[in-house]
Ligand binder design. Structure first.
Ligand SMILES: NC(=O)c1ccc[n+]([C@@H]2O[C@H](COP(=O)([O-])OP(=O)(O)OC[C@H]3O[C@@H](n4cnc5c(N)ncnc54)[C@H](OP(=O)(O)O)[C@@H]3O)[C@@H](O)[C@H]2O)c1
Length: 281
């Protein structure tokens, strides 16, 4: 199989460093000829300068690219500009900026459903588009409380949970950015036509109650679980709150549907307890 050329857009966010590391890793580096980073940051001469308002700058950046990995933050218009340029450049595989809940199980509020709409548009432009669903990104969720209501440093977790009907706490899939990067590099090596349109992974899963217990056992301090009733929770137009609502409804408990196919023993998924204990290889 010939070695592929990769382009990554949106490098400077949560997933860029780990995704680039995965493409040059011992496990996947041999599949790829070169990796280009498309960025608006002109300071680093190793990167290709692009302007998403100037599609011609994208045409030359994407010429000869086999796989385009989109890690750009929530910006559907920019995603469209990029994917349309990829279709013009005849990129063979496009991985859109998903890395979230699985739309095939849940029709979310408009903000999150913009991701599904973008993927459908990309397909309508003739791009082989593979959406990667991974649940909640572990690192930002555990360290930035505005992201998911997990405030471990102040020993408090705000959880949206069902109050009635004796329903059990929903599990939530958490996947580390390293594992998302490795999954992207693993998927990209395959012949695009043979890939499923939607790939679902889940690095690890637990309920927020279990998370509080795990953190309590590690630190020997109790963690307060503040429950927000699912039935009356108003997420409004806030994406972070919409993720909490989806979690409360059980839609962030992703099946590890493709986990074994994506990672055929090539690396170890990051466990939640391992991450919390700072015990990472
Ligand atoms: N499931 C979860 O828990 C979870 C949590 C957070 C994020 N996510 C998802 O992960 C993906 C990446 O999110 P992120 O938080 O890393 O994004 P981000 O920090 O907002 O943006 C990542 C990069 O995208 C580029 N970018 C941002 N806005 C842009 C714009 N308007 N036009 C062009 N480029 C722009 C920038 O790269 P350059 O400056 O290099 O061009 C930026 O560094 C998104 O799909 C997001 O929804 C999932």
């Amino acid at each position: 199989m010939s070695r592929k050329t990769i382009a990554i857009a949106g490098y400077h966010g949560l997933l860029g460093v780990d995704t680039l590391a995965a493409f040059v890793s011992a496990q996947f580096g041999n599949y790829y000829d070169s990796v280009r980073v498309l960025t608006r940051d002109p300071m680093n001469v190793l990167y290709l300068l692009v302007d998403y308002n100037d599609p011609e700058s994208l045409d030359s950046a994407l010429e000869g690219v086999d796989v385009l990995v989109n890690l750009i933050g929530f910006c559907p218009h920019t995603w469209d500009v990029l994917a349309y340029a990829a279709a013009r450049a005849r990129v063979r595989l496009y991985i859109p900026s998903e890395y979230d809940l699985d739309h095939s199980r849940y029709t979310p509020e408009p903000e999150l459903s913009a991701k599904e709409a973008h993927a459908q548009r990309a397909r309508s432009w003739g791009l082989k588009t593979v959406q990667l669903f991974c649940g909640i990104l572990m690192e930002p969720a555990m360290t930035n409380h505005t992201h998911f209501g997990i405030m471990l440093s102040s020993r408090r977790i705000e959880a949206v949970m069902p109050q009635c009907g004796g329903r059990t706490d929903p599990k939530i899939s958490f996947t580390s950015t390293k594992d998302v990067g490795m999954a992207i590099a693993s998927i990209s090596r395959h012949e695009p036509r043979q890939l499923a349109d939607r790939i679902v992974i889940s690095g690890d899963a637990c309920t927020l109650r279990e998370l509080a217990e795990t953190w309590g056992a590690i630190t020997r301090h109790s963690v307060q679980l503040a429950v927000r009733p699912l039935e009356t929770y108003d997420a409004g137009g806030d994406i972070a709150k919409q993720r909490r609502l989806a979690a409360g409804k059980g839609y962030l408990d992703l099946a590890r549907q493709h986990a074994g196919w994506v990672n055929n023993g090539e690396w170890k998924w990051t466990r939640i307890s391992q991450y919390l204990a700072g015990d990472l290889a």
